[in-house]
Design a protein around this ligand. Structure first.
Ligand code: PLP
Length: 379
């Protein structure tokens, strides 16, 4: 059976050049980057190279990049670390209802420690309401965290405007750019953000490696305490192979971004058009004007998304109903619920997420599979 992978917002295939970059550090180049001998200096060199590549990818400088174990840790470090430095009883963090659980559950954790959390609403396309954000700012706010692009529906947020608002009140601004990276250009200067989370495995890098951008001049934030690694911002011997691979993934993504997003966008549009033409009772979720080029979220009337995903898998087509971190629950998508979708729409959705490795033939096979399958499930 030909297997078709359309779940690239969950994770992506490693780019062959990334694997090549990693291999020496899984073999003979075994030094600890903190060691002064040749072996240590060889791995230190690869980390320095990777740090420069990550920085370049987002328009930062090298000393503003802190390597982490991925997007979840970067989000935790941004929120919990900043609350550690700036939080007082009564302090407040503003975020949105559609953030990834890495942000939402960091907020829940902080709530138990006395930090108040305000969740601003989103519209039916999943875009934040900037005036609601402005209205919720007061002197108690220490941090605003709004994701750059949503992982379930792909909606891109007006981060520049939101960050400007934060800046005008001297409030730090964090954005979770985990799903946006490698799909749309990111420049921390243009966005005006103070903290930004990245994860390598979402754009053909290795799993278990990411970074937090921390604008220079900001104290902390620290989540993992120990040795003096990462300029005392993240203790622990560095995951050298993964960091080397992550760096390479960043430079590859920077180089191919324009072409790959055009290619992936045309495949996504082909899929969307095919579904709209061939399947009745469907609704496209997300902001169609401001959406990641690779993401398509569709609600199928009178169909359970989980059943549809399982049946597509039996035909060799891998999709998901939403975030991979939520796949153990049968609850309706909290993202779609926050966007005002009905319970039926939020349980009847499928997320198709594409990458540059997909082909027109694969998209056509997915389109061909859907009408009969949806009909059968509806019956
Ligand atoms: N933030 C967003 C928006 C995500 O989509 C994900 C992963 O799905 C994460 C954070 C967590 O990243 P990681 O898997 O690297 O921990």
């Amino acid at each position: 059976m030909k297997r078709i992978y359309l779940d690239n917002n969950a994770t992506t295939r490693l780019h062959p050049d990334v694997l090549e970059e990693m291999l020496p550090y899984l073999g003979d180049n075994c030094g600890n980057p903190s060691s002064v001998h040749w072996f240590g200096q060889e791995t230190r060199r690869s980390i320095d190279l990777a740090r420069g590549r990550v920085a370049n990818f987002i328009g930062a400088s090298s000393d503003e990049i802190v390597f982490t174990s991925g997007g979840t840790e970067a989000d935790n470090q941004a929120l919990i670390g900043i609350a550690d430095v700036l939080g007082k009883p009564g302090s407040r963090i503003i975020t949105t209802a559609i953030e990834h659980q890495a942000v939402l559950n960091s907020c829940r954790y902080l709530e138990k420690k006395g930090i108040r959390i305000t969740s601003i609403p989103v519209d039916s396309g999943g875009r934040i309401d900037l005036s609601a954000l402005a209205d919720s700012i007061d002197d108690d706010v220490i941090l605003i965290s709004v994701m750059l692009a949503n992982n379930e529906v792909g909606t891109i947020q007006p981060i520049r405007e939101a960050a400007e608002l934060a800046k005008s009140h001297q409030i730090l601004f964090h954005t979770d750019a985990v799903q946006a990276a490698g799909k749309i250009p990111i420049d921390v200067g243009q966005l005006g953000v103070d903290l930004l989370s990245l994860s390598g495995h979402k754009f053909h890098g290795p799993k278990g490696c990411g970074a937090l951008f921390v604008r220079s001049g900001i104290t902390g934030p620290v989540l993992i305490h120990g040795g003096h690694h990462e300029r005392r911002r993240r203790a622990g011997t560095e995951n050298v192979p993964a960091i080397a691979g992550f760096g390479r993934a960043c430079s590859l993504a920077a180089r191919s971004l324009q072409n790959s997003s055009l290619l992936v966008g045309s495949l996504r549009d082909r899929l969307e058009k095919g579904i709209l033409e061939r399947v009745s009772g469907v609704k496209i979720n997300g902001c169609r004007e401001d959406r990641l080029p690779n993401t398509l979220n569709v609600s199928f009337e009178r169909v359970n998304g989980q059943f549809l995903a399982i049946n597509l898998d039996l035909l060799g087509i891998a999709v998901s109903t939403g975030s991979a971190c939520q796949s153990d629950t049968h609850d309706p998508s909290y993202v779609l619920s926050a966007m005002g979708c009905s319970e039926a729409e939020a349980t009847g959705c499928i997320r198709f997420s594409l990458s540059m490795y997909n082909t027109e033939e694969e998209i056509d096979l997915a389109i061909d599979a859907l009408p009969a399958l949806v009909e059968r499930l509806r019956r």
